[in-house]
Design a protein. Structure first.
Length: 99
């Protein structure tokens, strides 16, 4: 399971490193005031970028276990790990609800 967490970290780093370049190419391709040739070249360069630099390929995973479903975005933990850490008092500001 640790390898999934490492792969997730690597994918998020790749997206962060290429975010500015990717946004620049997207801006150029959508700018209709520029000549069509320049827009086409920007689109080709955008398509030539590695697919792991696209934010669409990011999948939320639990940072503790690598579990891929039931993730709470704010804490980056799966449901079970969130519950365990909350009951142990490891998450600040989270307490068990009782009524």
């Amino acid at each position: 399971m640790r390898s999934r967490v490492l792969r997730d970290i690597k994918a998020r780093q790749a997206v962060a490193d290429n975010e500015v370049v990717r946004q620049a190419f997207k801006f150029i391709t959508r700018n209709e005031t520029l000549p069509a040739r320049i827009r086409h070249q920007a689109q080709l360069q955008l398509n030539a970028m590695p697919k792991n630099t696209s934010p669409a390929y990011i999948h939320n995973r639990c940072v503790a276990t690598g579990h891929g479903s039931g993730i709470l975005r704010e804490f980056k933990l799966c449901r079970y790990q969130f519950r365990v850490k909350a009951l142990n008092g490891e998450l600040p500001g989270v307490k068990k609800a009782s009524w």
